[in-house]
Ligand binder design. Sequence first.
Ligand SMILES: [Zn+2]
Ligand SMILES: [Zn+2]
Length: 124
Amino acid sequence: MDCIVCQRRSGYNRAVVELDSGRELGTLCVRCEREQFGEFSDELGEPDATTCVFCDRDAFWALPKWLPSTYETEGKVVSFVDYDPSTAALALCDEHFDRLGVEELPLHAPDDAADQRILGQTED
Ligand SMILES: [Zn+2]
Ligand SMILES: [Zn+2]
């Protein structure tokens, strides 16, 4: 997954999700997050993905953080990353989203935009 702003590989930092459809449109890398939001994104208050963080308009985009997690299945520990757009503290209206300098959004969500991504399995 490439960062929607700088087009470089972003790893698992933040996803960019369209709130209406729940479609994942891309990712935002740590570097661009710092540049756009500074330390701001660390100091956000109550998770609230309904209002833009910069103004009072409705949020159209949520930028939830990927959080590492694990679960156990058949005696194996599976590590994965997941996010929840509805509790994303970082949400933006159309206008402020535009100001991120997004080059272009993919027309179609990638087929592998599953809710969870398997990073690896370890035998227990
Ligand atoms: Zn970037
Ligand atoms: Zn706004």
